[in-house]
Write a protein that binds this ligand. Structure first.
Ligand code: ATP
Length: 227
């Protein structure tokens, strides 16, 4: 079951309430999260994998509590950030792609096979032994995604995954996230064209979930309010 459920979730930081009494039940494949800078999008995304702990309320992601069942949840939820440099941790492309397979009892041959197949899917197989830092920005984001997907998560949370990319690489990443991968996606973004391709959009303002539903109508109201 791909249900994400928040019940009366509040997240308070010392200087600011970043999420205010958010309740929502989501089971769509592609979920867009939109709103102005500082509205709470990243905080919402980060509650889904336990990077942020609610001050009050409950989060359930595919049946798991992201804080109390953090270890199981980390295997189920992959997180993709804007800047792939913050996500690439191993020296070579293949080693980085393989990172989340550690500790799963797989043989070296199985790991090599899975990594090869995963890198081939995103067109990076020829770079397998290259130092990861030599990849271009778009290639690094594809590697970050590969490293997430190789662990076979059931949910991918992407926070502005195209922010650092040029138009061609943005399209490549977006096509992969929106059209090709089977996993459920939560996509926090300022790119309203990407949001429009999702199955549902959530709009935050000052930490409150103020609108949700068909992306076209949520986006249209957002644009009117921003004008
Ligand atoms: N770890 C933190 N400590 C303190 N304040 C934080 C922390 N994380 C977020 N905030 C604050 O909470 C509010 C919501 O931030 P959040 O990053 O969720 O917004 P956002 O909608 O993702 O913004 P942006 O579009 O600029 O990325 C902001 O005022 C931010 O400064």
């Amino acid at each position: 079951m791909r249900t994400i459920e928040l019940s009366a979730v509040t997240v308070e930081f010392p200087a600011r309430v970043a999420l205010h009494d958010v309740s929502v039940h989501l089971d769509q494949r592609r979920i867009a999260v939109i709103g102005a800078n500082g509205s709470g999008k990243s905080t919402f995304a980060r509650t889904l994998n336990g990077l942020v702990t609610p001050t009050a309320g409950q989060v359930r992601v595919h049946g798991l509590d992201p804080v109390r069942q953090a270890k199981q949840l980390r295997r189920r939820v992959g997180f993709v950030f804007s800047n792939p440099d913050t996500q690439i941790i191993m020296p070579t492309v293949a080693e980085d792609a393989a990172f989340s397979l550690r500790g799963r009892g797989l043989s070296r041959a199985e790991i090599r096979e899975r990594v090869g197949a995963a890198l081939a899917r995103v067109g990076l197989v020829e770079y397998a032994d290259a130092p990861a830092h030599t990849l271009s920005g778009g290639e690094k984001q594809l590697l970050a995604l590969t490293a997430v997907l190789i662990g076979e998560p059931s949910l991918v949370v992407a926070d502005e995954p195209t922010a650092y990319l040029d138009a061609a690489n943005s399209r490549r990443i977006a096509r992969f996230l929106l059209d090709e991968m089977p996993q459920q996606l939560v996509l926090a973004t300022h790119d309203l064209r990407l949001a429009a391709r999702c199955d549902i959009a959530l709009r935050f303002e000052d930490g409150r979930l103020i609108d949700l539903g068909d992306p076209a109508s949520v986006i249209a109201k957002y644009e009117v309010d921003q004008a």
